[in-house]
Design a protein around this ligand. Structure first.
Ligand SMILES: Cc1cc2nc3c(=O)[nH]c(=O)nc-3n(C[C@H](O)[C@H](O)[C@H](O)COP(=O)(O)OP(=O)(O)OC[C@H]3O[C@@H](n4cnc5c(N)ncnc54)[C@H](O)[C@@H]3O)c2cc1C
Length: 360
């Protein structure tokens, strides 16, 4: 009998592990959504709902042997998973791949793709009606959203507020920040840095309604819609029993070099929920998945060497609309708008997922 590998979460990391092990194990992928969310494209879909690239990819052609169980893991221990339905699935190997929550619209928050798409379209309508937009957070999501809005509605007043003294906290080169600050200035995006709002607007994020807020530095900002662009939360609250100690207070999950939970030889983790010291990226989740698939394959065969994951140095591609933005990696340095558009901004990397999900 083949070993059973239960992969919890069908995001970037989970689908890569499930696909890689489909030929060597009985793979069960547990995922509450009806389709994979390519959330790298979420902000483009918000500003251009009819953009031809896909945001949702149905799971039905992903695996040829394995199965997808449409449910949510509510309790996970070293030998299996209890689902929201009350069913239990036992496993020889468990892979935690439940990623993170971002505030809408950076990540859709509904499990049905039709409902998630309808919510994006409704928010598009609200955004189209707004003259002034307030974005809280000058990290990648806030800046990317500012660039997407300006690419479609150049005359909207966009203001970004962040308590940090500069855009993009984290280990990014000053030249990269300077390139982005220059492009944001040329787009007339106003950066209000080093201060926070005394109180959040009284309207809900993503809903139209004129408001005025005041920062601790005394600056008054009037706008018609706002979005929260900070507060990424790892999803790991289902860890119980002997797995619970691996969960840090902030929700990230400790892993060793082989991406196993400490002292748990059959439980692995990939992607945003890991406590690895690196930027939380789909690219990293894919690289974790390759290491975990290799290591589980090796354990199943009972021969060969386990491999180790080395956290990646900071590297990012941050579009400001389809034709703008900047990229940075330690080996290539800072790249400007043309290269960023080619690398990511134009097609938002939809192609590889079209192939993976059998939609060519
Ligand atoms: C606007 C934006 C742009 C980005 N652009 C880039 C980029 O260009 N390049 C890049 O590398 N990264 C980018 N990222 C980061 C990237 O989206 C994340 O790093 C990536 O989503 C992490 O993948 P993951 O597989 O760990 O988790 P996720 O993609 O978060 O997937 C987790 C999955 O687990 C499921 N799940 C949750 N709880 C349960 C449960 N209890 N049981 C079962 N399933 C569950 C969820 O439904 C989800 O499908 C971007 C992020 C944002 C917000």
């Amino acid at each position: 009998m083949a070993a059973t590998v239960v992969v919890i979460g069908g995001g970037y990391g989970g689908v890569a592990v499930a696909k890689a092990l489909d030929d060597v194990a009985d793979v069960v992928l547990i995922e509450p959504r009806d389709a994979f969310v390519h959330n790298i494209a979420a902000l483009r879909k918000l500003v251009v709902p009819d953009w031809p690239g896909r945001l949702f990819f149905p799971y039905d052609r992903l695996l040829s042997r394995g199965r997808i169980v449409r449910d949510r893991a509510v309790r996970v221990d070293g030998s299996g998973v209890e689902l929201g339905s009350g069913d239990r699935i036992t496993a020889d190997y468990v892979v935690l791949a439940t990623g993170s929550r971002y505030p809408f619209p950076s990540k859709p928050d509904l499990d049905e793709s039709a409902a998630a798409e309808a919510r994006l379209r409704a928010t598009h309508g609200a955004l189209a009606r707004a003259g002034g937009v307030l974005l809280l957070g000058a990290g990648p999501a806030g800046l990317e959203l500012a660039g997407e809005i300006k690419a479609v509605w150049a005359d909207k007043k966009v203001t970004v507020v962040d308590p940090a003294e500069d855009i993009l906290s984290g280990g990014f080169a000053e030249g990269f920040r300077a390139e982005l600050r220059g492009q944001l200035g040329a787009l007339d995006v106003e950066l209000v840095l080093g201060t926070a709002l005394r109180e959040e607007p009284d309207s809900e994020p993503g809903e139209t309604g004129t408001f005025t807020v005041i920062t601790h530095s005394g600056r008054k900002i009037t706008a018609d819609i706002w979005f929260r662009c900070f507060g990424v939360v790892p999803v790991s609250e289902y860890l119980t029993g002997e797995l619970a100690p691996a969960r840090r207070r902030d929700g990230h999950v400790e892993v060793d070099g082989r991406l196993r939970l400490p002292g748990r030889p059959n439980v692995f983790a990939v992607g945003d929920l890991t406590a690895l010291p690196e930027a939380k990226l789909a690219k990293a989740a894919g690289e974790h998945a390759a290491v975990v698939a290799h290591n589980i394959g090796t354990l199943i065969r009972g021969s060969g060497e386990l491999i180790t994951y080395t956290p990646a140095a900071p590297a990012i591609s941050l579009p400001l609309g389809p034709g703008g933005g900047a990229s940075y990696s330690p080996d290539r340095g800072v790249l400007g708008p043309e290269a960023t558009s080619r690398l990511k901004g134009r097609d938002l990397r939809v192609g590889p997922y079209t192939t993976l999900f059998g939609l060519d």
